[in-house]
Design a binder for this molecule. Structure first.
Ligand SMILES: Cc1cc2nc3c(=O)[nH]c(=O)nc-3n(C[C@H](O)[C@H](O)[C@H](O)COP(=O)(O)O)c2cc1C
Length: 143
């Protein structure tokens, strides 16, 4: 099984979270490709059996907290994900609020089947990565 782990990271925490997801996927015997969302191309999505997508939480006022704007812009450029199992994750400093729900909706709009989500505090970016990978790799649609 080929898993694409795509992330948007500004100062490295979400990259660490993504690396932990990729390591957990590989520990299960699957292949993982790690890319930034900005460098993710249509072929990367097409070649993947399952996809994990992560972002940092961005907001300036409480009511406007969500996925980093750059992440949502990059997701908007992705091709259809057509029913593939997808896991979403984020790292945050204070609270993710509705970040994961917004991320989930942006991917469901592409046809993704979101099967797992995880928010980790920036002090422990790899927390929850193994469970996320497990749920992604054992999703019914995954082969
Ligand atoms: C401009 C900016 C805005 C942020 N806004 C929020 C926020 O509204 N809520 C929150 O919990 N964390 C916020 N953070 C913290 C980041 O989400 C957190 O540090 C994250 O782990 C950074 O990930 P990165 O190292 O991958 O860039 C903000 C960080 C920056 C730089």
């Amino acid at each position: 099984m080929n898993v694409l782990v795509a992330y948007e990271s500004r100062s490295g925490r979400t990259r660490r979270a993504a690396e932990a997801v990729a390591a957990a996927v590989r520990a299960r015997g699957s292949d993982a490709i790690l890319k930034t969302l900005a460098e993710t191309a249509a072929e990367d999505i097409e070649h993947a059996d399952a996809v994990a997508i992560g972002t940092w939480v961005e907001g300036f006022i409480v009511a406007k907290v969500g996925p980093a704007k750059a992440a949502l812009e990059a997701i908007g450029q992705l091709p259809a994900i057509g029913g593939k199992p997808v896991a979403v994750f984020c790292t945050y400093g204070v609270t993710p609020r509705t970040t994961l729900a917004t991320l989930r909706r942006s991917l469901e709009a592409k046809g993704a089947n979101v099967v797992a989500e995880n928010a980790s505090h920036r002090s422990h970016p790899d927390r929850g990565a193994a469970e996320l990978a497990q749920r992604l790799c054992t999703a019914p649609e995954a082969t």
